[in-house]
Design a protein. Structure first.
Length: 317
């Protein structure tokens, strides 16, 4: 029998041992952050030696996170909503509002964590335990890194500079759904999943939309994952083996507005304000078979929508 993966582990009457929360998750997410750091390093050699001097910035803020999962018939299965903390480091060329710059590069690495609300429904081999509302929390820890290259030019028909950008990125995160309770009082156990998504981006940008003393950059475009890996820890839930899935990839959009008050002194730093939307769209994965006490069970990742709205404030040195 085919069973949605997020619920097969929940509808047993046995109590499963709770795992530690934040300390263990930070340890597990170290691999994610190492991946992000490595990605930031490998993008660096593609910077042109003719590009102007680089500048470095740090920022932090909050993200509003939303995840939804859907069955093959479009039925809403899971919803996660909540806030995440985020910290970002960036490296690019000369604050991007120097009129003499045409070749652009932008390197960025971020780490994020937070706990969000989890609302789902049960699916079980036991009809009495099937399709019951389930409420819990989900812990997220992860990191992302991306590198963009582009060209800026000033067309004669508009007063704003135009930027054409493209590049690669990686986003990796741990998702730990905590133990919860179904609507009939049945104890349901949590599960841990680890994701890696490698993607490409293409974007169109406009600069200096407001005034000459407030540098602004509006960048928007499309993102397409080309490799998505999902590891699910099932052994701790009584299954005979863990499993790896590959959700399908599809396009999603992104947009980011950055505001930087121009410093009074030419070589001094300045504040950075940013607001953005980003996300992923995953098509359903192919099903795979796992066993529990020798009995085969089909598991797959359903269609998934992830939406992230963020605001950050920082300083460029």
């Amino acid at each position: 029998m085919s069973i949605e993966k997020h619920y097969i582990h929940r509808y047993t009457r046995k109590n499963f041992r709770q795992v530690s929360k934040m300390a263990y998750c930070f340890k597990q997410s170290s691999a994610v952050l190492r991946t992000a750091t490595f990605s930031l390093i490998i993008f660096s050699p593609s910077i042109s030696t003719a590009a102007p001097a680089m500048s470095f910035g740090l920022s932090g803020g909050l993200e509003s996170f939303q995840l939804k999962e859907f069955s093959s018939t479009g039925t809403h299965l899971v919803s996660e909503t909540g806030k995440r903390f985020v910290a970002t480091a960036l490296l690019d060329n000369n604050k991007r509002y120097d009129p003499d710059i045409s070749l652009l590069y932008h390197l960025e690495a971020a780490a994020y964590l937070g706990q969000v609300n989890y609302d789902g429904q049960s699916q079980s081999l036991d009809p009495a335990q099937n399709n019951l509302p389930v409420n819990s929390e989900t812990d997220y820890q992860g990191g992302r890194a991306e590198g963009l290259l582009g060209y800026r030019f000033k067309p004669s028909i508009i007063r704003h500079d135009i930027e054409l950008m493209g590049g690669l990125g990686v986003d990796g995160w741990n998702r730990r759904i905590q133990d919860g309770t179904a609507s009939n009082g049945t104890l349901v156990s949590g599960i841990k999943e680890t994701y890696r998504a490698y993607y490409g981006k293409v974007a169109l940008g406009f600069t200096d939309l407001f005034s000459s003393t407030l540098h602004s950059n509006l960048l928007f475009g499309l993102k397409l994952p080309f490799s998505i890996k999902e590891e699910i820890n099932l052994r701790n839930l009584g299954y005979d083996n863990d499993i790896s899935l590959s959700p399908g990839n599809t396009y999603s959009g992104f947009i980011k507005l950055v505001l930087e008050p121009q410093p009074k002194k030419e070589k001094s730093g300045n504040l950075i304000f940013s607001a953005y939307y980003d996300g992923f769209r995953f098509d359903p994965s192919k099903s795979k078979t796992v066993t529990r006490n020798g009995s085969p069970i089909q598991i797959w990742q359903p269609e998934t929508h992830i939406d992230v709205f963020g605001v950050q404030i920082g300083y460029r040195f």
